[in-house]
Structures are given as structure tokens and as C-alpha cells.
Design a protein around this ligand. Structure first.
Ligand code: GLN
Length: 189
């Protein structure tokens, strides 16, 4: 199993460490060719303006859209969540509001009830977005102060926090499990 991690900017190495610990191979993605043959993808956090420029520069916008729309499992975190919204790559039917929790609350931690993930999950938020204006296809998995911070649309999960920083592998394990499920579905077909 090969999982790509978009590596234009941000904390991609930490995602690779979690994925490797879960038994997946990790490939850093910097060009459209790097997407070839991937089983799934992580879009990490970072700075969304810089990331947008990098995606444009490398000609990655259309290839990333295609991968996400092909039904391959994708996990997006923080700035990665912003990249997938209607105002950016247009993959998820929602708008992510940047730095939504405000200046006073640059960073915070919270115990989240993430629907379908068992016991509460410690979540680290760093200048995090929240989700606004979610369409019908968006399932909200967790909220903070009434604002969605974890959503799912089909095989795509987007979270406003940083699951690569806490040592709890459950969010990445979801991605790995969805890839196994896709494999099983192919074998059964
Ligand atoms: N606030 C950042 C942005 O808008 C995202 C923060 C993050 O990914 N940790 O780009």
C-alpha cells in the first residue's frame, strides 16, 4: 500500500511517520507524476495561501481533483481541509473558514467526540479553520462550540486539527482501513 503525502509545504514528515507505523509506504508528492499509482493521499496542514501557490506552480490542481473524485481515500488536515473546499480545489461541498477560532485562540487542544471513532480523541488545533455552509453530502463527525471541525464526504475525511501530532493513530488508521476496504471491493468484483 502506498499513501502519498502532499509535500509542498507544512508538516508532511510527521504524517509519513504515522503512516509507516501503520504499515503503509509513504511517498512525498511534489509533482503530478508523484500521484501515479497511489492508493490514498494525505493533504497536510501548513499555510493555505502558500500551499495554493505551490499547487498552481506544480500544475497539481487538476491531478489532485481527479484523484479525490476517483474515490481514492483522502485525509485532509487543517490547511489541507481548506484546499479541498469550494473556494479552492472544489472537491468538498463546503466552505472552510480560515483562522476561524480567532487570534486570541491561535492554538488549543480539545477532547473530541469523533463520530465512529470510539473514545474521545485529543485534538490539537493550530490557527484552525472550521466548516461553514456544508452541503447535503457532508457528514459532520465532530464539532467545537457548534462548528464542524471534522467532516466526511464519501471516501474523503477532512479535519481542522492535527492528528499527526498527538501519537493517536486513529485518524490515519481510518485512511488505511478505507484503502483496505477499496482493495477488498476490487477483489470481490
Ligand atoms: N491557518 C492556516 C491557513 O489558513 C492553516 C493552519 C494549519 O494548517 N495549521 O493556511
Amino acid at each position: 500500500m502506498v499513501v502519498g503525502v502532499l509535500a509542498l509545504q507544512g508538516d508532511f514528515e510527521a504524517h509519513c511517520r504515522v503512516l509507516r507505523a501503520l504499515g503503509a509506504d509513504c511517498r512525498l508528492v511534489r509533482t503530478p507524476q508523484d500521484l501515479d499509482g497511489l492508493d490514498g493521499l494525505v493533504m497536510p496542514g501548513g499555510e493555505s495561501t502558500t500551499m495554493t501557490l505551490g499547487i498552481e506552480r506544480e500544475g497539481l490542481a487538476e491531478p489532485l481533483r481527479e484523484l479525490a473524485r476517483s474515490g481514492k481515500p483522502v485525509l485532509a488536515t487543517c490547511a489541507g481541509m481548506i484546499m479541498l473546499d469550494r473556494d479552492h480545489l472544489g472537491v468538498l461541498d463546503m466552505v472552510a473558514r480560515r483562522n476561524a477560532f480567532g487570534r486570541q485562540l491561535n492554538s488549543f487542544e480539545s477532547d473530541l467526540d469523533l463520530s465512529g471513532f470510539g473514545e474521545t480523541l485529543r485534538a490539537v488545533f493550530i490557527r484552525a479553520p472550521w466548516v461553514e455552509d456544508a452541503g447535503e453530502g457532508i457528514e459532520v463527525l465532530a464539532e467545537v462550540d457548534g462548528h464542524p471541525v471534522a467532516v466526511r464526504q464519501g471516501e474523503i475525511m477532512a479535519v481542522a486539527f492535527h492528528p499527526e501530532l498527538t501519537g493517536d493513530p486513529r485518524v490515519h488508521a481510518w485512511l488505511v482501513e478505507r484503502i483496505h476496504a477499496a482493495e477488498r471491493a476490487r477483489e470481490a468484483a
